[in-house]
Design a protein around this ligand. Structure first.
Ligand code: BGC
Length: 481
């Protein structure tokens, strides 16, 4: 796929509706480093990443992009990029080190300065309250398997809302609860490394409950910003037309997509296919009132889209999108490959058509229950060198972004398959190459290359492409004013 295939940047810019938000997204644990600075407490991820063999090449998050000390430089890059909004996450263990009790003023101050600097740079802050770094003390008492974590989360959210509620424009309660449930509690490839398979579903319910309580807490404080959640979605297809494959596809769609979206948008869990009912039993025993708490009115819905999945019945290869887990051998389905697509560095199919399918599914499934949508993450890693002299020519990333944005605009535009879905923006994952969880530093997703030996930042060609998109759009919208 060449950049030419995707049309000119001016054409794409001309298709962005006025007010469409262009942004970049990041997460505290993946960029900040300074894990013991300013009174921050450890998180479950601090402990997990110290275990031998769990992070590719033994990569340590201790420094990451040193963003804690280089926030000014990173904001200057964002300003140069010309984005409207920056999605970042607040680190719970930096703000409330033990996950309960006293807040840490120095931690709160860090984000206070960050928000003020963003606003001074003309960049609208979108703050995610939980992007996977759970305070270790809470992880040690069961983490999200413990219902109390949901209540504690709301207390921390209230403290953040009190401090930043006058300046944050958009709040995201949770980032991808599905990834935490599956990778962290079901398959053991992310913190806390538990291998509970279907018995991990209480972690889903408690995160969703935490989401609902957090929305109530933010509204209780009267934050001025809009409130939503970021869910990862992968359209699921059966590998063949066999009934067994189709049933597994339906079940996986529930596991990945519908449990989270149905709960938040419809206030109920989906009914699983009958043969798989026992897998979902822990979701049928929720406490009275929980679904109402989870089903809070939202101002927006965040969609993270990276890849579609294809599934076949029967145990098979242990591969999952972010690596492999021996636990996969214990379940009666496996992921099949989408051999028709090119792949990213992670091996993910580059399938922008499936973003259209996803948007169509969201529109059809949720109709008017779906609030305005932001694509709160999308992007790709490609093999790139550790050291560079000058911009990398990452035409693959430019194509990826242009194609995905193009498909999203077509799908939601007049006559599109998802017409009526109110798409408000797209956030690229991510600004700088960073600590890619269990993949360590082996997967580079940034618009900006980071040399992890020197911390030198070098914008890639995709940075300049995205900048030209933002510029062309601003130019055109000013013509219409
Ligand atoms: C997560 C990010 C991650 C990205 C790429 C998303 O699922 O929210 O933290 O870096 O995927 O793997």
């Amino acid at each position: 796929m060449t950049v030419q295939d995707t049309g000119s940047v001016e054409d794409l810019a001309a298709r962005l509706r006025p007010g469409f938000v262009l942004g970049v997204a990041s997460a505290a644990f993946q960029i900040e480093g300074s894990l013991t600075a300013d009174g921050r407490g450890p998180s479950g991820w601090d402990a997990f990443s110290e275990k031998p063999g769990v992070i590719v090449d033994g990569g340590s998050p201790a420094v990451a992009c040193d963003h804690y000390n280089r926030a000014d430089e990173d904001i200057a890059l964002m300003q140069e990029l010309g984005i409207d909004s920056y999605r970042f996450s607040l680190s719970w263990p930096r703000i409330q080190p033990g996950g309960t009790g006293a807040v840490n003023q120095r931690g709160l101050d860090f984000y206070d300065r960050l928000i003020d600097k963003l606003l001074a740079a003309g960049i609208s802050p979108m703050a995610t309250l939980f992007h996977w770094d759970l305070p270790l003390e809470l992880e040690q008492t069961g983490g999200w398997m413990n219902r109390q974590t949901a209540e504690r989360f709301a207390v921390y959210c209230e403290a953040a809302a009190e401090r930043y509620g006058d300046r944050v424009d958009r709040w995201v309660t949770l980032n991808e609860p599905v990834s935490v449930t599956l990778q962290g509690y079901a398959l053991g490839v992310h913190a806390p490394g538990r291998e509970l398979l279907f018995d991990s579903l209480p972690a889903a319910h408690h995160q969703l409950l935490g989401h609902g309580l957090a929305v109530q807490a933010l509204r209780g404080v009267g934050v001025k910003g809009l409130i939503g959640i970021s869910n990862m979605h992968s359209p699921v297809r059966a590998a063949t037309n066999k009934l067994s494959d189709r049933l597994m596809a339906q079940a996986l769609d529930h596991i990945l997509n519908r449990i989270y979206a149905d709960a938040v948008l419809l206030g109920q869990y989906p009914k699983p296919p009958l043969p798989m009912k026992p897998w979902f039993r822990s979701l049928s025993t929720v406490e009275d009132g929980d679904m109402d708490t989870i089903h809070q009115p939202l101002d927006f819905y965040g969609l993270n889209y990276y890849y579609p999945l294809k599934v076949a019945s029967g145990p098979g290869p242990a591969e999952i999108p972010t690596g492999s887990s021996p636990e996969m051998a214990k379940i009666p389905f496996h992921l099949a490959t989408y051999s028709e697509y090119e792949t990213t560095g992670f091996g993910w199919p580059v399938a922008p058509e499936h973003l259209s399918i996803l948007l169509q599914e969201m529109r059809e499934r949720y109709g008017d229950a779906l609030p305005p949508v932001y694509i709160t993450e999308g992007g790709a890693s490609f093999p790139e060198p550790a050291h560079v002299e000058g911009p990398i020519q990452d035409t693959n990333r430019i194509s990826y972004l242009a194609e995905h944005l193009g498909h999203a605009l077509t799908a939601t535009g007049p006559g599109g398959v998802a017409e009526g879905l109110d798409l408000r923006g797209y956030y690229v994952w991510t600004l700088t190459d960073n600590f890619e969880w269990a993949a360590g530093y082996s997967q580079r997703f940034g618009l900006v290359h980071v040399d992890f030996d020197t911390q030198a930042r070098t914008p890639k060609d995709s940075f300049y492409w995205f900048r030209s998109l933002a510029k062309a759009r601003n130019h055109q919208s000013s013509l219409f004013r």
